[in-house]
Design a protein around this ligand. Sequence first.
Ligand code: NAP
Length: 319
Amino acid sequence: MAKQPAKKPIIDKLALVGIGLIGSSIARVARREGLAGHIAVQTRSADTLARAKALGFGDSYSTDAAEAVRDADLVIVSVPVGVSGDVAAAIGPALKPGAIVSDVGSTKTSVVAQMAPHLPANVHFVPAHPIAGTEHSGPDAGFADLFQNRWCILTPPTGTDETAVNLVRRFWEGCGADTDVMTPEHHDMVLAITSHVPHLIAYNIVGTAAHLEEVTESEVMKFSAGGFRDFTRIAASDPTMWRDVFLHNREAVLEMLARFSEDLTALQKAIRWGDGDALFELFSKTRAIRRGIIEYGQETEAPDFGRTPSAGKPAKPGA
Ligand code: NAP
């Protein structure tokens, strides 16, 4: 990727620890928008590093996190949430005084608890979570527009230096995102219902279909356009990332899941007793929520969900 013409960077040295879907999307947009004077790229494996190098969105590359963050003004950690503590322990001693450490983890209370103890008192910690992603992983999956018109939630601990929070805010706005600030606990509750439980439902329904005995797997795939297919996109999301999300947002997910189960039982009852009014009322409410999401600019009227008119019949399995 060619270096773009210089705009005035808002950060001298940006270090990206982890360069998968999210890290590489940050690298791409930071390069395109000239947000950083130098982009240091780090990932643990030689294979991913070689791929990132070949894609060319960094100025320096390393498998050593401590080396990558040396002299960095802003460090963004983009690894599975379950290893954020280990990463913080590795980079802590190498951070320069005044550096800002941030992350992109999908859970926040656990990430703060894991990372904060390893960060020196003279650096600023501004955890963040861009609400943008896809079911793909790795540096090839990233793209510069991933964060465009999406929200990025910042969860700085009380008393965090305002200048540091504002810099992280400006950085994400430079990536095309809108920003909001909340506590890690509130973030985890909101994300449990908007992201984590929906993923669990998708994993569960696809798993249930896979375990059926009365309906064959090929029938499930052949007739999937009735609704099932749209769940499979979500259920194809990265297993490591999502295992960690559920292990690290346990309380909020269990709370939302309990409410979900109660509502599901009510629906079950309505179907059993033929209560069409209850079903109709709920389905009308849910339609309005989708319209609201479109009005908030988080979806378009005509999402394709893979229904490209020009797409022909998919190849038969094994063909
Ligand atoms: P990804 O594409 O799978 O990339 C993961 C990165 O973390 C790679 O650089 C990988 O290195 C590194 N990594 C994996 N395991 C590691 C370990 N045990 N120790 C150190 N490094 C490790 O993942 P991603 O989708 O970018 O997700 C990264 C973070 O973003 C997660 O915390 C996730 O919760 C959050 N997030 C994801 C999405 C989404 O939709 N995907 C959206 C918002 C936030 P190697 O390849 O070299 O092993």
